[in-house]
Design a binder for this molecule. Structure first.
Ligand SMILES: [Zn+2]
Length: 267
């Protein structure tokens, strides 16, 4: 990581679904979300198109990008993160970061429990967090700090429009917080973009934010969306961003190290 990184893009992925996804029936009831070749694989091989981790890695690998994957300790069907053990260890061995996609940060005990579940599956200590549905509570940041987290990325001050407040970092109860600048799901709903308009929109706004002085932007693209219509623009988006000069792609923990180094140099 170059120490003089002026234009940083933190790349993150929330893993919302269990390893085997919601099941073929759920997918086939929403078949319009996926291109026909994906639906054929679901029908013929029981393929789970909600697990996009391998696809994300394949896309990012072409450009030497290493991102952060956030895992829920427990999924809505009761499955636990341990079923992702092999995936997580492969990610770590390949230089990606693994963190917590928290279900519940209301008490310190719960945060410690969730952190431990993800760490046991990963076989490594974790430092970053984002809360599922961005459900930040008054006690969230103090609980995360006390549980040993270094940074969080759950704040998003405006979910519809690009907002300079959703750039850079804040410090909340001792925790570094990187607000989310762009989130795939919101771009396709609140902002009203589609597969064709989403890339020029992000590129234009990234250019404008950096030109206006922003140094750190945070991108969230769900792994479950990279095979879907709309979300499958991710490959082209990363290709176009990587082709621009001057953007440094970082994992959350690297951005944390960058801002803590900068603040220790100031004091
Ligand atoms: Zn989530």
């Amino acid at each position: 990581m170059p120490p003089d990184s002026k234009h940083v893009l933190i790349v993150t992925h929330d893993v919302d679904w269990p390893l085997n996804g919601p099941g073929a029936q759920h997918v086939l009831a929403r078949r319009g979300r996926f291109p026909p070749e994906v639906i054929n694989q679901v029908v013929e091989k029981g393929f789970n198109p909600y697990n996009g981790i391998a696809k994300v890695m394949e896309i990012e690998e072409q450009f030497g990008i290493k991102s952060t994957f956030l895992f829920r300790p427990k999924y809505d069907n009761g499955c636990e993160v341990n079923e992702y053990k092999l995936t997580m260890r492969t990610l770590l061995a390949d230089g990606y970061e693994v963190g917590l996609h928290a279900n519940d940060t209301s008490t310190l005990e719960q945060v410690i429990l969730e952190k431990r579940m993800v760490e046991q599956a990963a076989g490594a200590q974790i430092f970053g967090c984002r809360i599922h549905y961005l459900k930040v509570l008054e006690s969230t940041f103090i609980n995360l700090t006390q549980a040993g987290f270094k940074y969080d990325s759950s704040l998003m001050f405006d979910r519809k429009n690009v907002d300079p407040k959703n750039t850079g970092h804040l410090v909340k109860d001792g925790l570094v917080v990187f607000p989310i600048t762009f989130m795939d799901a919101f771009l396709f709903t609140y902002t009203g973009l589609n597969e064709e308009t989403v890339i020029p929109y992000i590129i234009k706004n990234i250019d404008e934010l950096y030109a206006a002085g922003a140094q750190i932007l945070t991108l969230l693209w769900h792994d479950n969306s990279v095979l879907m219509r709309g979300g499958r623009a991710y490959g082209e988006l990363i290709k176009q961003l990587a082709a621009k000069s001057g953007i440094t792609f970082l994992k959350g923990i690297e951005a944390y190290q960058l801002v803590s180094k900068a603040s220790s140099e100031q004091t």
